[in-house]
Design a protein around this ligand. Structure first.
Ligand SMILES: C[S@@+](CC[C@H](N)C(=O)[O-])C[C@H]1O[C@@H](n2cnc3c(N)ncnc32)[C@H](O)[C@@H]1O
Length: 253
């Protein structure tokens, strides 16, 4: 199946975090320098946290999988990649990239408890009005010893400034995609995971500065975002988790 036709701008003005934005931006998912460019960088960094499968038939459940951007970075690691998302147009693309797609809400996933060796929740929690329920589901799906990996935006003034006021004016993040009222306090997330048996360790991450600046300049000069414009910036650890952070933790039992 082919990806949807590219669109470079939303077709209508929708409220912040309105899920219909993902339909309007359906053609952007797999454009490496398109509106979802930074999701590609983050997917690579998230996949780096996932070790090769330790057993045959291992399952990775990708909550809020979008169009399956994690898939190429998991290649060769030995997982069956099961993607859960609400957006049908994204799931069609995920399926075309080898993901077993399931349309469902991440707060009520119709999968058996303990079915997953790995659960990934990449750039999902800050879009879910009840992120605690999504965390509970992520932990429920994990088998004992299973691994949770995630990244999200912190509930801070700095995150609002950098991710929304600045970030959404750059070509790396679609404007209006975030509702900062949904951002996720890192300490509350760690506590919630602990309540569900997962010892989550978090660290701040950010795009590398020089590479991102070079990328932005090239991207602004090149205009159309239908082809890669040079080296992809890497996501690197940083001392502060006040904006973007990554978490990983193993379920006990
Ligand atoms: C910012 S995108 C991240 C997609 C993907 N994880 C990635 O990093 O490329 C957020 C995704 O979460 C999905 N989403 C938002 N709320 C959801 C919910 N309650 N249940 C399932 N998916 C949801 C959206 O449809 C969208 O595909």
């Amino acid at each position: 199946m082919r990806d949807a036709a590219p669109v470079s701008t939303p077709l209508r003005v929708l409220p912040p975090n309105d899920p219909r934005q993902y339909d309007d931006l359906a053609g952007e998912w797999w454009r490496p320098d398109g509106a979802f460019a930074m999701l590609h960088w983050l997917a690579r960094a998230r996949a780096d946290l996932v070790p090769p499968a330790s057993r045959p038939d291992a399952v990775l459940v990708d909550l809020g999988c979008g169009a399956g951007l994690l898939a190429p970075h998991l290649a060769g690691k030995g997982y069956r990649h099961l993607g859960v998302d609400l957006t049908r147009s994204a799931l069609v693309q995920a399926a075309a990239h080898g993901v077993t797609a399931l349309r469902a809400d991440a707060t009520a996933v119709p999968l058996a408890a303990g079915c997953a060796d790995v659960v990934s929740a990449g750039e999902l929690l800050e879009h879910v009005p009840d992120w605690r329920r999504a965390v509970a589901e992520a932990c429920r799906l994990l088998r004992p010893g299973g691994l949770l990996v995630l990244d999200t935006l912190n509930d801070t003034v700095l995150a609002r400034l950098i991710a929304v006021e600045i970030g959404e004016r750059l070509p790396t993040v679609p404007r209006g995609i975030h509702d900062p009222r949904l951002f996720v306090d890192a300490r509350a997330l760690v506590a919630e995971c602990a309540r569900h048996g997962v010892a989550l360790r978090v660290r701040g991450i950010r795009p590398e500065l020089g590479g991102t600046l070079a990328w932005l300049l090239r991207r602004m000069r090149s205009g159309a975002a239908d082809r890669p414009v040079g080296r992809t910036p890497r996501i690197v650890p940083t001392w502060s988790r006040a904006v973007l952070y990554q978490g990983h933790g193993v379920r006990n039992g």
